[in-house]
Design a protein around this ligand. Structure first.
Ligand code: ADP
Ligand code: MG
Length: 315
């Protein structure tokens, strides 16, 4: 199977979105959009972002999920994506699994694959995702103000617990084992939540490197600080039994959560309660924005200093 047969068989599909005037097969795609474009890219490499034996289906899902999560954090509605694939060989069963995982998530969010590039090399996947925002709008890391409330969607530390289980560091009961490993392998990008928060939140970030690092980035960009009580962090019921091994670090610095952390001014709290009632993820109020820079963590009345600083490739 040559490069063109591979693209035709596994990646060319008629686009669903009428904004796609021209898709895969020409020198570039043509997209009709109004408003503002949000664009982001992320790379997943074997040995760095996923294990050698990871399922192709999960790699397809996760490569797109991490990009949709970045668009969600901007309040943008994902529409299109590009796929750059580096493959050691044209392995048909791997490609079938990868494209099934990729398109299952793409279909769930109504996004079309409109182009890419295919090369031979070590296994690696780069996706560039494009999303749409109303003209002049966008939810950034910069808008938090002292007095705003801080929230997160979903649960923190699930991926870390799944990873610790796979390493044999913690025990998990059967039902939790599947759920937490699924959270590591197939994270759900909080797309509907992010789009709804565009009208309500003052700032937002997606938690890919761990809450400690990512909340720190958002506060730094906003020129503010934060105070968070660890006892308010939303964690799985299974977390307690793992705590002697993973401590707070699973929830604070392992990363791979793909939840949203966002701030809301007190006067918009009721509006938040109205929209968040429809969120699949749920939300949790974890702390407050303050004027003094830096993030301060508390466990009840006692100060806590996180050990890790979040995932950092060159750290
Ligand atoms: P060019 O040589 O003009 O850059 P290519 O031969 O690389 O074009 O690709 C041919 C067409 O297939 C282009 O429309 C490109 O966007 C698309 N394409 C290539 N690889 C992929 C892929 N992995 N997924 C989706 N589309 C792809
Ligand atoms: Mg090319």
């Amino acid at each position: 199977m040559d490069e063109f047969a591979l693209i035709a068989r596994f990646f060319s599909r008629p686009p669903r979105n009428p904004q796609v005037a021209l898709s895969i097969g020409d020198d570039a795609a043509l997209l009709d959009i109004s408003g503002r474009l949000a664009i982001t890219t992320d790379t997943l490499l074997v040995g760095v972002h996923f294990a050698d034996g990871a399922l192709a289906r999960d790699i397809g899902h996760k490569a797109l999920a991490v990009n949709l999560s970045d668009l969600a954090a901007m309040g943008a509605r994902p529409r299109f994506f590009l796929l750059n694939l580096s493959l050691p060989a044209a392995d048909e069963s791997w490609l079938a699994g990868f494209s099934a995982g990729l398109f299952a998530l793409a279909d769930a969010h109504g996004v079309d694959l409109v182009g890419g590039d295919t090369v031979r090399g070590p296994l690696g996947v780069t996706i560039t995702a494009l999303g749409e925002l109303p003209a002049g709008r966008g939810l950034t890391r910069r808008g938090a103000r002292a007095g705003d409330h801080i929230y997160v969607t979903g649960r923190l530390g699930d991926a870390a617990l799944g990873f610790a289980y796979r390493q044999g560091r913690v025990q998990l009961a059967g039902a939790w084992r599947d759920e937490l490993c699924a959270r590591l392998d197939r994270p759900a990008p909080r797309v509907d939540e992010g789009c709804a928060l565009l009208q309500i939140a003052s700032a937002a970030i997606d938690i890919s490197d761990g809450l400690a690092a990512d909340l720190g980035h958002m506060m730094e960009a906003s020129g503010t600080g934060a105070e968070v009580d660890l006892r308010h962090l939303p964690v799985a019921d299974a977390y307690g039994a793992c705590f002697p091994v993973v401590g707070w670090e699973a929830a604070l610095s392992f990363g791979d959560d793909y939840e949203l952390c966002f701030t809301v001014p007190p006067e918009r709290r009721e509006a938040l309660e109205r929209v968040s009632a429809g969120f699949a993820s749920g939300i949790r109020h974890i702390g407050e924005v303050v004027a003094a820079p830096g993030v301060r963590w508390f466990e009840g009345g006692r100060a806590y200093v996180p050990a890790g600083r979040g995932f950092n490739h060159f750290g």
